[in-house]
Design a protein around this ligand. Structure first.
Ligand code: AHR
Length: 557
């Protein structure tokens, strides 16, 4: 296959490998490097995969526990610094990240939400029992349990503007008819003054349309979103998308896809959707995949509750097991992609991984009202890094991804309670990896000794080094995860098809696997510049510390 490299070189993979062999690269390494290295990374600069966009760095804000109320929304009259009710610290930190899309209002909550409850004068909005109230039965009463609807569509759009991310709205398919969906589209997108909905929007202070492009059609329709069969959901999906007003916006509908590895959900949905022709694929821009890394029982159980481990207390075997859980993303993407290709032969529909992250048992939330609140350690940093690397490596298949969730819930970027705030190690990975955005992902081959560990009835193993690379102008960004709990990895790095001139390294590493940031010590884990290079003979050796995430910024001649 012929490809144009991001550097403008025209090469074939076979041609390059042949040329490399003739020139001796890949066979005999420079003596100094080969003595030093016990692992190799070959970046194939001439093998583009696809663009890395900010859409891979998306977020998720659900009306769940302390995400919206306390986390994001503190109120306009709060003593907590805010911009028109939205926590200033979140806004400031979001601006340091790629401007990824923000999914709202759920999650499971979305299929119980009536958008009309959250528009119009704030003082007149109804108070409703939150979808998660049953799970919160033992927790204190508050806005998480009885939603005051102070934070509605206009407030969410305000947040998107302040944070710099595009809105991605999830429509209620379980408990409202399609009319409510397209009228929400009308509320958001109809031109100023054109419809009653546009006037309502304007009365709330928003004259101009929001021009929302991304719309989720239900959420987890196999579960909390209605317990549908894939066939029944496909019928609903067709009904919901049959007519929706465009208002000049290129609407992108996202179907409620599988739970993890449920290939049958993907296969049966697509078969039913297209039973009268492949034209129906035109209504499906993205296919949502959800996957959480949660089971640290190492094979002892698949029970959703019993299998979960603690966010802060874990053994090294549990460390590796959780990283393996996250590494399943690779097979989930390729597996569902192959099944999608059985019907969508031209692969018009892309994957949208709109819920991913770690999920531990309760006990480490910064406030008892934060349902599913949990701490985030170096282990979460590695989960975030290896997952983002996976998305980059599949930039031709993945169109969007949204980590769950932004603040105070699951693998959060931020933890906040009242006037206290911290950025987690996961935030730092997002910021570090943001350098990839705008680049072209290129094929990267990593070889390192696998790591063995103990599962309950068998030996487990994990790769010894992982990563991804992208090229933007004359800069190559290479991000690398070393999962080994105690061994540094000396690695020979070669850039095939381009010549490196200089290299800088930034690393997130901590002495403790469970190192994390607290309100008292908010900077315990953060990136640090480290030494890198020198480059000799077009290659260099880099030492990746144990349990670390590293970004190498490589200047190309
Ligand atoms: O992110 C928490 C919940 O997990 C979401 O509401 C739901 O979609 C998923 O099951």
């Amino acid at each position: 296959m012929r490809a144009v490299s991001p550097l403008g070189l025209r090469v074939t993979r076979r041609g390059f490998l042949r040329a490399a062999a003739v020139a001796g690269v890949g066979a005999a390494l420079p003596p100094r490097s080969s003595r030093a290295a016990d692992a190799r990374i070959d970046v194939l600069a001439s093998e583009p995969i696809g663009p890395v966009t900010a859409d891979f760095y998306g977020h998720f804000v659900e009306h769940l526990g302390g995400v919206v109320y306390d986390g994001l929304w503190v109120g306009e009259n709060s003593r907590v610094p805010n911009t028109r009710g939205i926590r200033q610290a979140v806004i400031d930190h979001m601006r340091r990240l790629p401007a990824g899309p923000i999914r709202w209002p759920g999650g499971c909550f979305a299929d119980s939400y009536d958008w009309r409850d959250g528009v119009g004068p704030a003082g007149q909005r109804p108070r409703r029992t939150n979808f998660w109230a049953n799970d919160m039965a033992s927790l204190p009463d508050g806005a998480g349990k009885y939603d005051p609807n102070t934070f509605g569509t206009n407030e969410f759009m305000r947040f998107c503007r302040l944070a710099g991310g595009a809105p991605y709205l999830a429509a209620n398919l379980r408990s409202l008819p399609p009319r409510d969906f397209y009228q929400w589209v009308e509320y958001c997108n109809s031109p100023a003054g054109s419809t009653t909905a546009a006037q309502l929007r304007e009365q709330g202070g928003e004259r101009d349309p929001f021009r929302v492009r991304y719309w989720g059609v239900g959420n987890e329709s196999w579960g909390c979103g209605g317990n549908f069969s894939p066939e029944d959901y496909a019928v609903e999906y067709r009904r919901f998308t049959a007519w929706v007003p465009r208002f000049g916006v290129n609407l992108a509908f996202i179907g409620s896809g599988p739970n993890g590895g449920d290939l049958a959900w993907t296969r049966r949905f697509l078969a039913k959707l297209t039973e009268r022709g492949e034209g129906a694929l035109g209504s499906l821009w993205g296919w949502a995949l959800h996957n959480y890394s949660w089971n640290t029982s190492r094979g002892a159980t698949t029970d959703w509750t019993a299998g979960k481990g603690d966010a802060l207390q874990f053994t090294t075997d549990e460390w590796y097991e959780l990283l393996n859980e996250a590494d399943r993303m690779e097979g989930l993407i390729t597996g569902h992609w192959a099944v999608m290709g059985e019907v969508d032969r031209r692969h018009r529909v892309k994957l949208v991984v709109d819920e991913w992250g770690t999920w531990y048992r309760a006990g480490t939330a910064v406030d008892p009202s934060h349902l599913f609140g949990q701490q985030s350690t170096m282990r979460d940093a590695l989960v975030a890094a290896l997952t983002l690397d996976t998305f980059h490596r599949h930039a031709d298949k993945v169109a969007m991804a949204n980590i769950a969730q932004l603040v105070n819930c699951l693998q959060s970027l931020f933890l906040a309670h009242e006037d206290r705030f911290l950025a987690t190690p996961t935030f730092h990975v997002f910021e570090l990896y943001g350098a990839h955005v705008g680049g072209q992902s290129v094929r990267t081959m990593v070889s390192a000794p696998r790591i063995g560990y103990q599962r309950v009835n068998a030996a487990g193993s994990l790769w010894g080094l992982g990563g991804s690379a992208s090229i933007k102008d004359r800069t190559l960004t290479l991000t690398v995860v070393n999962p080994h709990v105690s061994d540094a990895r000396d690695t020979e790095i070669a850039i095939r098809g381009a010549a490196p001139a200089g290299v800088r390294a930034t690393t997130i590493a901590a002495g403790q696997l469970a190192a994390h940031n607290t309100f008292e010590q908010p900077r315990a884990v953060e990136p640090r510049e480290t030494s890198a290079g020198p480059i000799a003979g077009g290659t260099f050796v880099h030492r990746f510390p144990p349990a670390s995430v590293t970004r190498l910024t490589i200047t190309l001649t």
